[in-house]
Write a protein that binds this ligand. Structure first.
Ligand code: AMP
Length: 193
């Protein structure tokens, strides 16, 4: 089963993806993680995207589609969880074409529905917790970048909700509930398809 977790920054996509990996043996494909890895290892591409990521903007479709294509060829597991990808209609079309080429398809798009006040609180807390634990704080987990990330989400990513609704793949889950409750709702949703 191949699924997308769709939602704004801080909606809980990464947290829920990690649970699906351990509970179902699915493979998480997070373009955010891939880009952070590229930066950490100092590749040319990593250097190119650093400033865009820190400001909260989106890197080009070409770069993220290339990353996903590469990983799809290597990864093996019980289905893919796309986390933070696609983020534009162009990426969504490209994903459909890539899966088709592999003889696979998208089974479900789970939208984690939340509201902006919660997102700001969650992200500010994520940064505080990381700092208190002596872990690195994401350079884009600050009020200014978050504002840009939210604008990018509403402008470029939220149209995917309509797109996947039209493809009859969209399921919406209340992302404001407790982590376990959200996980339970996702499980119910996936078991029903
Ligand atoms: P994330 O970890 O998913 O919040 O992503 C962190 C940052 O990486 C985003 O704010 C973007 O700058 C970049 N990014 C991650 N995934 C994508 C994508 N699919 N398209 C464009 N930019 C992305």
């Amino acid at each position: 089963m191949n699924i997308i977790l769709l939602g704004p920054p801080g909606a809980g996509k990464g947290t829920q993806a990690a649970r699906l990996v351990s509970e179902r043996g699915m493979v998480q494909l997070s373009t955010g993680d891939m880009l952070r890895e590229a930066r950490a290892s100092g590749t040319e591409m990593g250097q190119k995207v650093a400033a865009i990521m820190d400001s909260g903007g989106l890197v080009t479709d070409e770069i993220v589609i290339g990353l996903i294509e590469e990983k799809l060829q290597l990864a093996e597991g019980n289905g893919f969880i796309f986390d933070g990808f696609p983020r534009t209609l162009g990426q969504a079309d490209a994903l459909g074409a890539l899966l088709e080429k592999m003889g696979q398809s998208l089974d479900c798009v789970v939208e984690l529905a939340v509201n902006d006040e919660v997102l700001v609180d969650r992200i500010v807390n994520r940064a505080k917790e990381a700092a208190a634990a002596g872990e690195p704080v994401r350079a884009d987990d600050n009020a200014e970048s978050l504002k840009k990330r939210l604008i990018e989400y509403y402008k470029k990513t939220s149209p995917l909700i309509g797109y996947y609704h039209a493809h009859k793949a969209l399921r919406s889950v209340d992302g404001l509930a407790e982590i376990d409750v959200v996980a339970g709702e996702i499980k119910k949703t996936l078991d029903s398809i």
